[in-house]
Design a protein around this ligand. Structure first.
Ligand SMILES: Nc1ncnc2c1ncn2[C@@H]1O[C@H](COP(=O)(O)OP(=O)(O)OP(=O)(O)O)[C@@H](O)[C@H]1O
Ligand SMILES: N[C@@H](CCO)C(=O)O
Length: 306
């Protein structure tokens, strides 16, 4: 194979209680990328549509992860990367991860798949670190593996794939303001009171159990974040109002998607997720802030070859 075209999905990181470890993959929004083998060695980004991102591979997360993989595999060819961005950078649904994961996935396919998904996550992390200033794989893992994932460790990289209940849908609202992950991380405290840590890890464990047992009632009790959300919600207009109304409308839970400003809700069934979308729209229509919303099934495949 000389050329590959892929869909690299948007993802929701943290899933409320699982800061830096939990994530899930969306199926209705994502970037497309085309990657070609070249006789000239090295990595080049030759086209970017939909965003004003840098072409220099060392300044673009797609290039940084591709270079990390390239320097490890030392193939006898080079690669050209085209990026068609549909996920706005800084929107909180894994824009940087889609690029970082997409480039390593595509190159690996063109080379006959020498590396496993776990190994690819390791090289994609190098790109993600450029965007956020830290190595966390909670957007990368669901983009690469699909479904719900838990990152047990980043050094060495270890990812667990969790089951996805059949009838689970997510609703997303993206208020069109930009929050850089690096800035949303800088406002977090370095220490967590023990009582909060206990509540948080009990929710993470219970959430994993709820996914394994298809227990929607338990899932709804676990979608809480008392460690990070209290700090970050101040950056997101109308967060408390929207969350209260979404929960009152019957969503299983609602929280900040990744580092925001997007807000996600999980619901049982598409009809409920669509009802929740209307509630989100009603809250934001009363503000001056432009926004868009969408409903998505959980994508259990991850990155797809087109
Ligand atoms: N290919 C790329 N795609 C997206 N962002 C990129 C890319 N290359 C470099 N960047 C930079 O990364 C930053 C965006 O990453 P950031 O992690 O802040 O947003 P995000 O990926 O949308 O958010 P989140 O990780 O919370 O879902 C911007 O500064 C952007 O310029
Ligand atoms: N876990 C990361 C996801 C955003 O990249 C954060 O919340 O900062």
């Amino acid at each position: 194979m000389e050329r590959i075209k892929i869909f690299s999905p948007a993802t929701v990181a943290n899933v409320s209680c699982g800061f830096d470890v939990l994530g899930f993959c969306l199926d209705s929004v994502g970037d497309e990328m085309v990657i070609r083998k070249t006789s000239e060695k090295g990595i080049r980004i030759t086209k970017i549509e939909g965003s004003d991102l840098p072409f220099n591979p060392e300044d673009n997360v797609a290039g940084v992860s591709a270079l990390a993989l390239y320097n490890y595999l030392k193939p006898d060819c080079g690669f050209e990367i085209e990026i068609y961005k549909n996920i706005k950078p800084g929107s909180g649904i894994g824009s940087s991860s889609a690029s970082a994961a997409g480039s390593v996935f595509g190159i690996n396919e063109l080379l006959g798949k020498p590396l496993s998904k776990l190994q690819l996550t390791k090289y994609a992390l190098k790109g993600e670190a450029l965007a956020s200033g830290s190595e966390h794989a909670d957007n990368l893992a669901p983009a690469i593996f699909g479904g719900f994932t838990l990152v047990r460790s980043v050094n060495p990289v270890d990812v667990l794939q969790l089951p996805t209940p059949n009838d689970l849908y997510t609703t997303l609202i993206h208020p069109q303001i930009e929050i850089k992950t690096s800035e949303a991380r800088a406002i977090l405290p370095n220490e967590v009171p023990l009582s909060n840590a206990i509540t948080q890890w009990s929710n993470v464990g219970s959430l994993v159990h709820a996914l394994h047992t298809n227990d929607y009632h338990l899932l709804s009790k676990t979608l809480n974040d008392i460690v990070v959300e209290p700090y970050r919600k101040q950056l997101i207009p109308e967060f408390d109002k929207l969350k209260t109304e979404v929960i009152n409308a019957g969503a299983l839970g609602c929280g900040i998607s990744g580092s925001g400003p997007s807000i996600f809700a999980l619901s049982k069934g598409k009809a409920k997720a669509t009802e929740v979308e209307k509630v989100m729209q009603n809250v934001y229509e009363k503000t001056e802030i432009p926004f868009y919303t969408f409903v998505s099934k959980i994508n259990t495949e991850g990155i797809k070859i087109l």
